[in-house]
Write a protein that binds this ligand. Structure first.
Ligand SMILES: Cc1ncc(COP(=O)(O)O)c(C=O)c1O
Length: 475
């Protein structure tokens, strides 16, 4: 998928003026002064140098935070022993003043980096105007963001909002099941039904942690303690059409869900033939085709949607992570034929699509859709992988460097944890993927040529050292 246009432009992408530009008649002088102060602090202040002391406002020491977390927070995460305090662009600082180059972006979330000027302006403006009103009322940012998402997605007609990726996946399961009932000519509210209910997913997939989405997620260890999973979850082999054919059945399969590019699974690209084949199999079986672009969508690959590379259109698509630039949001884009079966009361969420997150989403789209921005994402990704291949290609533990746009992975034949730890020590944040044997890079989409080069240089230095010791292969 890499093309000849592998060269970096290194240019700064101009951000068009925000279409909002709304003035708030309710703003008080105190609010305006506070906003000005915030702006000065968060936007204009240059980052403190790496050696600078902790920020004045860090009232809790790192040790205390780590101790409190260990004592009071449910231990479902393993975290390094540092406390992040603030960010600016592609950089983060911990409470000790140490600077990090952020090539994780909060797991592919901070699409515009940290404290992006346009994003901050939109969030501040909206927070000072109206933050939440529930879905019992109309609010303008929700309708505006939906309009822009639909207008930029040729096959989509409607948007449903959620608060996260996993909730977007829950929504598509529900939509698909009700659609199947209506297609079967049934009364969807009848307690008796013979309509299709199964959802086919794929090996290596990650769709989330709530019960429905979890059932469609591949890793057994995520599911086993919480059995039984959702009935009707069927797993086929990723990139294997024959396996998909065995699983997709008329009258049984309501939907097929697939990531056009698997992120958590280890940065694995699907193919045009595979997605075209799935489209045909779904059409033959009367099943819906769902693309999960929660990680690979919204500019991550250098196109607005990853599936644009393959020319295949789904019936529904799930979005989340980068859509509001760091605020919690999820969304489903869907075709009218599915929207037609959903009625008021069929699904909902208290917070979803509130004015604050939607205003943030508009600011994100303003930047992503500015001329030249996605091309720069593509080119910076090509340069990153080119640099990594050049410097690490001869390392016996580096099996492959792969990716598309700014989602990249270094496939190792040993665990990637030591590399991630060594990179952190050296001031670079990267994360793992796959079976823990892939170093994953999903930086903010605003990275520059210099950021990419810095990442390459740090990994070129730490990988040989981190992998020098004998390590068992990944099972
Ligand atoms: C492809 C994909 N789908 C769904 C999810 C779940 O999203 P969330 O963590 O927001 O629930 C993720 C999260 O990593 C993802 O990568």
């Amino acid at each position: 998928m890499e093309t000849g246009s592998a060269f970096l432009t290194g240019k700064t992408i101009p951000v068009p003026p925000s279409p909002r530009g709304l003035t708030n008649p309710y703003k008080t002088a105190r609010y305006a002064a506070r906003r000005q102060a915030l702006k000065t602090k968060a936007v204009a202040a240059p980052p403190r140098p790496a050696s600078s002391p902790p920020a004045q406002n860090s009232s809790t020491s790192a040790e205390q935070t780590i101790a409190d977390e260990a004592k009071y927070v449910l231990q479902t995460y393993v975290r390094p022993k540092m406390v992040l305090e603030r960010g600016d662009g592609v950089n983060l600082w911990d409470t000790e003043g140490k600077q990090y180059l952020d090539f994780a972006a909060g797991i592919a979330v901070n699409s515009l980096g940290h404290s992006h000027k346009e994003w901050l302006r939109a969030v501040e403006e909206q927070a000072g105007q109206l933050c939440h009103a529930s879905n019992l009322f109309h609010t303008a940012p929700q309708a505006r963001l939906a309009k822009r998402l639909v207008e930029n997605t040729p096959w989509a007609d409607r948007v449903f909002y959620s608060n996260s990726g996993t909730e977007a996946v829950e929504a598509v399961i529900k939509f698909a099941r009700k659609y199947a009932r209506v297609q079967a000519g049934e009364d969807p509210y009848s307690t008796e039904s013979n309509a299709a209910t199964e959802v086919v997913c794929f090996s290596g997939a990650f769709h989330g942690r709530t019960m429905g989405a979890l059932s469609l997620t591949a890793k057994e260890q995520y599911k086993t303690p919480f059995m039984p999973i959702m009935p009707g979850s069927v797993t086929a082999k990723y990139l294997d059409l024959e396996s998909a054919r065995q699983c997709i059945k008329k009258g049984k399969t309501a939907a097929v869900i697939v990531e056009p590019l698997q992120g958590e699974g280890g940065i694995h690209m699907s193919s045009q033939a595979f997605l075209e084949g799935l489209r045909e199999l779904c059409d033959e079986a009367g099943a819906l085709l769902i693309f999960d672009e929660i990680q690979c969508g919204l500019g991550r690959t250098g196109k607005l949607w990853a599936h644009e590379y393959f020319g295949v259109q789904p019936d529904m698509m799930t979005l989340a992570k980068p859509l509001a630039g760091g605020l919690p949001i999820g969304a489903v884009l869907l075709k009218q034929k599915i929207a037609d079966v959903m009625a008021p009361g069929d699904h909902g969420s208290t917070f979803a699509g509130n004015p604050l997150v939607c205003a943030a989403g508009e600011a994100v789209l303003d930047v992503l859709l500015a001329p030249g921005f996605l091309q720069a994402v593509h080119d910076n990704g090509v340069a990153l992988r080119h640099g990594l291949r050049e410097k690490l290609g001869s390392n016996p533990h580096v099996k492959e460097v792969r990716g598309l746009g700014l989602i990249s992975g270094i496939q190792l034949d040993v665990p990637a944890g030591p590399v991630v730890a060594a990179a952190l020590e050296a001031g670079l944040i990267v994360i793992t993927a796959g079976k823990g044997d892939v170093v994953r890079m999903v930086p903010p989409l605003i990275v520059t040529q210099e950021d990419v080069q810095k990442c390459v240089d740090i990994l070129a230095e730490v990988i040989p050292q981190a992998l020098a010791a004998e390590m068992p292969p990944v099972s």
